[in-house]
Write a protein that binds this ligand. Structure first.
Ligand code: AMP
Length: 197
């Protein structure tokens, strides 16, 4: 199974991706996690991405396309994957299409999380507080100012992916403001239909 979770930051993509990993034995490919790991490890890519990420802007298509291309070639991704945070631009979506068709692979579904942007800010503030209370590191870009920039980047670059995937017939929508279990249930139903279609 190969899926894309599409939606603004804080929509719940990461939480649902983890559940899909457990349920279907696929891997979660989060470009945000990969980039944060590169920053923490101080790699060349990490050095190039750090300031851009801290400012809530998008890292270049060239960098993220490169890391996804390498990652989907790894053996654990053969059984399937859920992409979380990629693609984020039309250029990334086109590059993904090219990568998959070259390998003779297809996407099963693109699941879009519909959300209320104003409530997302409350969610992200809570995510930062919860991380702090649990003694975990707080993401530098999880503060209201940078978050506003991330939402803006979503609106100007990533929102265009909905019509892109609508055209290809892959787009399905879930209510990202519903309780976590309900969102999971909606996704499970979508996938049951997509796989039996
Ligand atoms: P995320 O964890 O998905 O919210 O991503 C955190 C940050 O990593 C984003 O604000 C971007 O700076 C960068 N990033 C993650 N995925 C991508 C992507 N597909 N394209 C460009 N930048 C990305």
């Amino acid at each position: 199974m190969r899926l894309i979770l599409l939606g603004p930051p804080g929509a719940g993509k990461g939480t649902q991706a983890q559940r899909l990993v457990e349920r279907h034995g696929i891997v979660q490919l989060s470009t945000g996690d990969m980039l944060r790991a590169a920053v923490a490890a101080g790699t060349e890519i990490g050095k190039r991405a750090k300031a851009v990420m801290d400012a809530g802007q998008l890292v270049s298509d060239e960098i993220v396309i490169g890391i996804v291309a390498d990652r989907i070639d790894e053996p654990d991704a053969r059984k399937g994957f859920v992409l979380d945070g990629f693609p984020r631009t039309i250029a990334q979506a086109e590059a993904l299409d090219a990568m998959l068709s070259e390998k003779g692979l297809k996407l099963d579904a693109v699941i879009e999380f519909k959300v209320d942007n104003e409530k997302l800010v409350d969610r992200i503030v809570k995510r930062a507080k919860d991380a702090e209370a649990a003694g975990q590191p707080v993401r530098k870009d999880d503060n209201p100012e940078v978050f506003a920039k991330r939402l803006q980047e979503f609106a100007s670059l990533t929102a265009a992916l909905s019509p892109y995937y609508l055209k290809s017939g892959l787009l399905r929508t879930v209510d990202g403001m519903a309780p976590i279990d309900e969102v999971s249930e909606e996704i499970n139903q979508i996938l049951a239909e997509a796989v039996s279609a």
